[in-house]
Structure formats: structure tokens, C-alpha cells
Design a binder for this molecule. Structure first.
Ligand SMILES: [Zn+2]
Length: 172
């Protein structure tokens, strides 16, 4: 296992859709182990492969941040089965350190994807877990929470972030 650097806003891999994983092999299992370690060390409750500069559709979510193995979720090629309602809460992102925003998210989602054994997993989630799934699936679609803010807030924040990205002076 290894910690991987988390890429920041402005890095191309964060702003383009990632590729589907063709098969779950040792490379993918190693990638997931590194993602879990990197997420826990950050610390964060979710991480998507493009955040460590790997353009593949893989996400990990752990609301317990390593405290409870039962809460660790790995999904390969995740997709939404259902989305309903609306909720809105503050969100941050390890790739946008020092900034936050409150995008509108579905109140309830059902997502499906493969686990590391290639078995299909289906999760229905509300509240924070629903937001975490949406945030991470956005990442593999090349979207950040910033892209989902109201136009005024989005443009203001993007101007600040572009400056940060140019100077590379992120608050860690
Ligand atoms: Zn994020």
C-alpha cells in the first residue's frame, strides 16, 4: 500500500470523464488499497481514482474514516439506479482544499457497481452517504462540487480557484 498525492483543481484528470474499468485485476485491487489509505490519511470520507491522477471509474467511501471496517464501500464502475428528492449541505473536497460550497444533491439515491470480487453491489443511501456517493460519482464524470453551485457563486469561486491553481499555493 502507498499514499498517493491528491491532485488539485485545475489538473486535467479532474475535469474530464474517467474510463470504465474493463476487468478487476491485481492492478485495480492495488489501486483501491492505495485509494483507501490515501483517503484515511487525508482524512476524508470519500475518494475517486481521478483524485490520485488515475482516470478510472473507481470510488471509495467511508463515513467512519477508518474507524469501522463495515462502513468502507468500494465501487468499481458505479452508476445511479435511482435519484429522488433534494438536499443541500456544505461540502468540501480534498482536491479543492480550503474551499466549500452547498450544491443541491438528491435526498435519496440508489447506486450500483462492482466490488473487488466482481460482484454487483447495490446501496440505497440518504443524508451524508447519499451526498458522498453523488460527490464521488461526479468526480468520475469530471465534475466537482464547484460545478454544481449557482452561476454567481460558481463563477466567483472558479476565479479564485484558477488563481490558486496557477500559483499552486493550496492550503493543506
Ligand atoms: Zn471531492
Amino acid at each position: 500500500m502507498a499514499l498517493r498525492p491528491i491532485v488539485k483543481y485545475g489538473t486535467p484528470v479532474l475535469h474530464a470523464p474517467s474510463h470504465a474499468v474493463p476487468s478487476i485485476d491485481d492492478g485495480i485491487r492495488k489501486l483501491v488499497q492505495d485509494m483507501i489509505e490515501t483517503m484515511h490519511a487525508a482524512p476524508g470520507i470519500g475518494l475517486a481514482a481521478p483524485q490520485i491522477d488515475v482516470p478510472l471509474r473507481v470510488i471509495v467511501v467511508d463515513l467512519s474514516v477508518g474507524e469501522d471496517k463495515g462502513q468502507l464501500i468500494t465501487l468499481v464502475n458505479p452508476e445511479f439506479v435511482e435519484r429522488e428528492g433534494e438536499q443541500r449541505h456544505d461540502e468540501g473536497c480534498l482536491s479543492v482544499p480550503g474551499y466549500g460550497g452547498s450544491p443541491v444533491r438528491p435526498a435519496r439515491v440508489t447506486v450500483k457497481g462492482l466490488d473487488l470480487d466482481g460482484k454487483e453491489r447495490v446501496y440505497t443511501a440518504t443524508e451524508l452517504l447519499a451526498r458522498a456517493f453523488c460527490h464521488e460519482i461526479d468526480h468520475i464524470d469530471g465534475l466537482l462540487f464547484v460545478d454544481r453551485l449557482s452561476p454567481l457563486k460558481r463563477d466567483l469561486l472558479k476565479r479564485k480557484l484558477k488563481k490558486r491553481a496557477k500559483n499552486g499555493d493550496w492550503e493543506e
